[in-house]
Design a protein around this ligand. Structure first.
Ligand code: 5GP
Length: 229
C-alpha cells in the first residue's frame, strides 16, 4: 500500500463512526412496569449504531402483539430452571411472581466483540449485574408520576386485574431504588427521554478510558516518520 493510501486508511479508522473500543459496555436499564422503557429503548436502538440488545428469557405468558425471540424468549418454568442450573444466566430474578433472566452468552459475546449491549432488567437484576460487571452503566427510567404509570398500565390492558394491582403495588417500592443507579431519565415525553437516554450512552462512549483505542491510533499519526534513504 502506498504511504498516501496508508495514511487514508489510518485516518478513516481514526474517525470510525462506531466509536470502537476494545470491549463493549453493558448498559443496564430499569424502571417499574409501565414506565414506558420498552418504547424508549426501541427508539434508541433504532438510532444508535453499535448498540445491541439482549432479549431476556421469561416464564410469563406472551402478551398480544409480543413476538417470541424479539420481545422475550417465552419458556416454561422447567426450561428456565434447567438453563439456570447450567449457569446460562448472567442474572435472573423472580419479578411479579414470574422468572426473568438475561442470557450470559449473548452479553459476553457482544461485549467481547467491542459492541455495547443494553439489557432491560428489574432492580434486583440491576443490582446483580452491577456486582458482576463493575463498569456497567445503570439508568433508571422514572414515569412522571404514579397517576401516569397507572394510566399507562391500565391502557395497555394486557394484565389480569390481580396482576395489575400487584405491578402497581410493586412500583411503589421499585421507584425507591432509583438512588442505586448512575443516571435517572424521567419519561415524560418520548422524544425528550429518548434523546436523553441516547445522550447518556454517547457521553459514556466519550469517556477517556473508552477512547484509548482511538486515541492511540490518532497519536500514532503524530509520530515522526523515518526519513527515507
Ligand atoms: P414485563 O413482564 O412487564 O415485560 O417485565 C416485568 C419486569 O421484569 C420489568 O421490570 C422488566 O424490566 C423485568 N425484566 C425483564 N427482563 C428481565 C431480565 O432478564 N432479568 C430481570 N431481572 N428482570 C427482567
Amino acid at each position: 500500500m502506498s504511504s498516501e493510501a496508508n495514511t487514508k486508511a489510518q485516518s478513516e479508522e481514526a474517525v470510525a463512526p462506531f466509536e470502537k473500543s476494545a470491549r463493549g459496555r453493558l448498559i443496564v436499564v430499569s424502571s417499574p412496569s409501565g414506565g414506558g422503557k420498552g418504547t424508549l429503548i426501541r427508539r434508541v436502538l433504532q438510532e444508535m449504531p453499535n448498540l445491541g440488545y439482549s432479549v431476556s428469557y421469561t416464564t410469563r405468558r406472551e402478551r398480544l402483539g409480543e413476538v417470541d425471540g424479539r420481545d422475550y424468549f417465552f419458556v416454561s418454568p422447567e426450561t428456565f430452571k434447567a438453563m439456570e442450573r447450567r449457569g446460562e444466566f448472567l442474572e435472573w430474578a423472580n419479578v411479579h411472581g414470574k422468572l426473568y433472566g438475561t442470557a450470559r452468552a449473548q452479553v459476553e459475546q457482544e461485549l467481547a466483540g467491542g459492541r455495547d449491549i443494553l439489557i432491560e432488567v428489574d432492580v434486583q437484576g440491576a443490582r446483580s449485574v452491577r456486582r458482576l460487571i463493575l463498569d456497567a452503566v445503570s439508568i433508571f427510567i422514572l414515569p412522571p408520576s404514579f397517576d401516569v404509570l397507572c394510566a399507562r398500565l391500565t391502557a395497555r390492558g394486557s394484565e389480569h386485574p390481580d396482576d395489575l394491582t400487584l405491578r402497581l403495588s410493586n412500583a411503589r417500592s421499585e421507584v425507591e431504588h432509583y438512588r442505586e443507579f448512575d443516571y435517572v431519565v424521567i419519561n415524560d415525553d418520548l422524544e425528550r427521554a429518548a434523546g436523553q437516554l441516547a445522550a447518556i450512552i454517547h457521553a459514556e462512549r466519550a469517556r477517556r478510558e473508552r477512547q484509548e483505542y482511538l486515541a492511540s491510533r490518532v497519536l500514532a499519526t503524530f509520530q515522526p516518520t523515518e526519513p527515507s534513504t
